[in-house]
Design a protein around this ligand. Structure first.
Ligand SMILES: Cc1cc2nc3c(=O)[nH]c(=O)nc-3n(C[C@H](O)[C@H](O)[C@H](O)COP(=O)(O)O)c2cc1C
Ligand code: SF4
Ligand code: SF4
Length: 425
């Protein structure tokens, strides 16, 4: 069975759902061409910025948190990594940026979708950049309102220091783009404002035919030897695979409320993430950090594995998987609680008596007896923390009886008022 990985976004055809997001791997036409050759369906070129300082970078300028800290590198790339950098915008001037976009299209032809990316702090510059992109060979353009570095430095406007000042002018820019942009455009929404779904609704109401959700957050780190901010002395962007759930959440919240395609961005790490993104409503998936530590070729196994998953599960197309998870997301009030008769059970053949479970049992239900973990059912709450920390996978959580064997502090009989309650997710 062959599966259909392609999808159309605003009439633009992508041969698979994987797009290089706007960043270092898409700085130049040559970079983009290498990516498309490796198998990416499209690339968002690094953002054209009007601020001259943001076109010039420190040397060195990258710090990758937690990549090498966990022992298994380079065989295993940890999901917790985050790339911090000072590379706010494209190094190119507006005229060279357009030339580079054109060159990228010339190099990739119909194999890849070329997406420009622009940002500005005043409406005149937005207008100028939209006209520039109109005159280029780009297939689409992303409107970047969400750089985690200061969006509009020195204005003192809300969100400035966290890099989302520009969200406050976005609706005006989207109205302008709707009138003036000759190709499909997609606003890249900041994830830092909270309520990304509310912004998504506003942006679509203003005329946006597509959305990119979303962008990195900004953080601070301190070097304790020098008592100074590190690595660059300022608040910096933070993103990467460990934030996938944050991004999935916003897409799941936004997708049912808007009727435009969503390009997922942030947290893509392995092929399963792509399936998850599609299942919460995304049409395509952008990626940066995974590419920056593994190279362009990382897309090859993703494509192969997504195809295999679809074949094995009988999905013919991405469209068939899109949004499948949405009806099943419930509010916390609907989660079944107080289930009775559930306890930890230790497989003594696997247990080494290391005692890790004992130190993490906050009900004091575990003792090490004759070099094996022993669970006291009078104390065990069935919380499952011991199973999660056991390095030998020696613990399972089982339903041993229909009712609790002993009265438990948060049992249903104690909280008689408890009822499942519907509500917003
Ligand atoms: C070094 C670097 C440079 C970036 N430059 C840009 C940029 O110019 N424009 C933009 O919209 N996003 C930029 N980003 C953000 C990425 O496009 C992406 O939104 C973010 O890294 C989250 O995706 P990820 O988790 O796959 O890395 C940059 C990210 C990194 C790490
Ligand atoms: S953590 Fe696992 S292996 Fe260690 S004592 Fe507990 S059950 Fe045994
Ligand atoms: S399930 Fe929870 S309460 Fe029971 S032994 Fe494990 S950690 Fe302790």
């Amino acid at each position: 069975m062959t599966v259909e990985l392609s999808c159309d976004v605003c009439g633009v055809h992508f041969r698979n759902p994987f797009i290089l997001s706007s960043a270092t791997p898409t700085k130049t036409a040559q970079n983009i061409a290498r990516g498309i050759e490796a198998g990416w369906a499209g690339a968002v070129m690094k953002t054209l910025v009007p601020l001259e300082y943001a076109r010039i970078y420190p040397r060195p300028r990258f710090k990758i948190y937690w990549l090498k800290d966990q022992g298994a590198y380079p065989e295993i790339i940890p999901r917790s990594l985050s790339i911090t950098d000072i590379e706010e915008g494209s190094h190119l001037t507006p005229e060279d940026y357009v030339r580079e976009l054109d060159e990228a299209k010339r190099l990739v032809g119909n194999e890849g979708v070329i997406i420009g990316s622009i940002t500005a702090a005043d409406i005149e510059t937005w207008e100028r950049y939209i006209e520039l992109i109109n005159g280029s060979r780009a297939d689409m353009v992303e409107l970047n309102f969400s750089c985690p570095y200061a969006g509009e430095p020195g204005t003192g406007k809300k969100g400035e220091r966290l890099g989302w000042t520009l969200m406050y002018m976005a609706e005006e820019v989207i109205r302008l783009a709707k009138k003036r942009c000759s190709i499909p455009f997609s606003p890249k929404i900041s994830s830092q404002t909270g309520e990304v779904d509310e912004w998504a609704i506003k942006f679509v109401a203003a005329g946006s035919p597509c959305l990119t959700l979303s962008h990195r957050i900004s953080v601070l780190d301190i070097d304790i030897e020098t008592a100074r901010p590190t690595p660059f002395g300022c608040i910096v962007g933070f993103g990467g695979p460990y934030l996938v759930g944050y991004s999935l959440k916003w897409i799941a919240k936004a997708a049912p409320k808007v009727n435009v395609p969503i390009m997922a961005c942030m947290g893509m790490f392995d092929w399963t993430d792509a399936i998850k993104y599609v299942m919460v409503g995304a049409s395509t998936i952008q990626s940066c950090s995974a590419v920056m530590v593994q190279g362009y070729e990382v897309v090859k196994p993703w494509i192969a594995m997504v195809s295999r998953f679809m074949q094995e599960h009988g999905y013919n197309s991405m469209k068939e998987m899109r949004g499948l998870a949405l009806p099943h997301i419930i509010p916390p009030t609907m989660v079944e609680r107080g289930n009775e008769g559930v306890y930890a059970v230790v497989d003594s053949a696997k247990c080494t008596g290391c005692g890790i479970c004992r130190r993490c049992c906050f009900y004091f239900a575990i003792e090490i007896k004759q070099a094996k973990a022993a669970v006291d059912l009078r104390r065990c709450d069935g919380c499952g923390l011991c199973r999660e920390v056991c390095p030998e996978d020696a613990v399972s959580i089982k339903k041993l009886a229909d009712r609790d064997l002993y009265t438990r502090p948060d049992s249903k009989p104690y909280h008689r008022h408890y009822q499942l309650k519907a509500g917003p997710i």
